[in-house]
Ligand binder design. Structure first.
Ligand SMILES: Cc1cc2nc3c(=O)[nH]c(=O)nc-3n(C[C@H](O)[C@H](O)[C@H](O)COP(=O)(O)OP(=O)(O)OC[C@H]3O[C@@H](n4cnc5c(N)ncnc54)[C@H](O)[C@@H]3O)c2cc1C
Length: 322
């Protein structure tokens, strides 16, 4: 017998025990497949944490219960954080974006089909000591193999928020960097570092960068409604002589955590914003890849996706699937 707590305040949610349910689009899929079987704390009726407000330092605070659709269509976010709004509006489906929350998209669980199949028990993320995907079919697996778990992190928004140096607020007060909530990615048992009883309450965006060019581009295996094989977020500022003075590049679908690519950023800053520079930087993106036997195809895909996103960012092309 499992318990469902319908919390109406943050304190009620913190006092209960169980797995948080926000929009329910991830957890209820796992309930149906008997992967999540314990108690549930539903936070959809908790008061607050459902709006987007400007902060005193020129940034924005986004409540953990804010829906993806709201972020994707928010005029200020579209203007000031284009890469973030663009990516949020490009993932999943309109129905999912209407239900899913900012907290849930950051803390969603792996999409590995062995993990999500109740016929496979010996998986690190189910308390086991092996990775059935690594031993079996890992065609959608990692290309930067940094963890015993062979499946990439699912969060598009986590990847993009790393590119914006966002912070998150836990339990209404404690501030952590977005990178902290994913850690170094080595622990195969987790998809984020939050402990039981910790509730993500807000996301904090620093003040925007003026005249930012940005884009988001994903390479996927079907036209819609699928996690990306490789996805990239690029932010760029160029000066009057078209020299790149700021470059931020992050990548998802390729490692056990969303990653930024500081080597690619270094290859861009100080260089003219030309096709040659973008090609050289995209080559840097594939330095250090160590794909699995079935994910070698992701190496040229990383090169192509990074290159495409750089070009789209420079040309301010509103992006999405590819
Ligand atoms: C067809 C399809 C395609 C998709 N494609 C993509 C994609 O390309 N990129 C992508 O990023 N996602 C994708 N998704 C996943 C989707 O974005 C997530 O299911 C959704 O964002 C989860 O949000 P939710 O509010 O419904 O989370 P829930 O299902 O309610 O929760 C998800 C997890 O987060 C935890 N959680 C939720 N909120 C909090 C909180 N405030 N504090 C602590 N823990 C919390 C829950 O305990 C649970 O473990 C896709 C989904 C579908 C169905």
């Amino acid at each position: 017998m499992t318990n469902l707590t319908m919390a109406t305040t943050l304190d009620e949610a913190k006092a209960a025990s169980g797995e948080i349910r926000a929009g329910g689009t991830d957890i209820m899929d796992r309930r149906r497949h008997l992967i999540s079987t314990g108690d549930i704390i539903d936070i959809s009726k908790v008061s607050g944490y459902d709006d987007i407000t400007a902060t005193d330092d020129g940034g924005y605070r986004i409540g953990a219960k804010v829906k993806l659709d709201t972020v994707a269509n928010h005029p200020d976010l579209i203007e000031k954080y284009p890469g973030f709004a663009m990516a949020t509006g490009a993932l999943a489906t309109p129905q999912i974006r209407y239900m899913a929350t900012m907290g849930g998209v950051l803390l969603q669980t792996t999409r590995c089909w062995y993990y999500r199949n109740d016929g496979f028990h010996n998986c690190y993320k189910k308390g086991g000591d092996s990775c059935p995907s690594r031993e079996g079919d890992h065609r959608f697996g990692v290309a930067f193999d940094i963890s015993p778990c062979a499946f990439p992190h699912p969060s598009t928004v986590g990847m993009v928020l790393m590119n914006y140096d966002a912070q998150v607020e836990i339990n209404g007060s404690e501030i952590r960097s977005i990178a902290d909530i994913y850690g170094d990615g080595k622990d195969p048992a987790i998809t984020h570092t939050l402990k039981d009883g910790e509730i993500l309450t807000n996301i904090i965006l620093p003040a925007p960068t003026s005249d930012e060019r940005a884009s988001y581009f994903r390479s996927i295996s079907r036209a819609r409604a699928e996690w990306a094989l490789v996805e990239t977020s690029v932010r760029m500022v160029v000066d009057d002589s078209d020299t790149i003075i700021l470059a931020r590049v992050a990548i998802g679908g390729v490692a056990h955590i969303p990653m930024t690519l500081p080597n690619v950023e270094e290859a861009l800053v100080g260089q003219p914003a030309t096709e040659e520079t973008f090609e050289a930087a995209a080559k840097v993106a594939i330095e250090g890849v160590n794909p699995l036997p079935q994910t070698t195809y992701k190496v040229p895909l990383i090169y192509g996706t990074v290159l495409e996103t750089l070009n789209r960012a420079y040309n301010r092309i509103w992006g999405g699937e590819g």
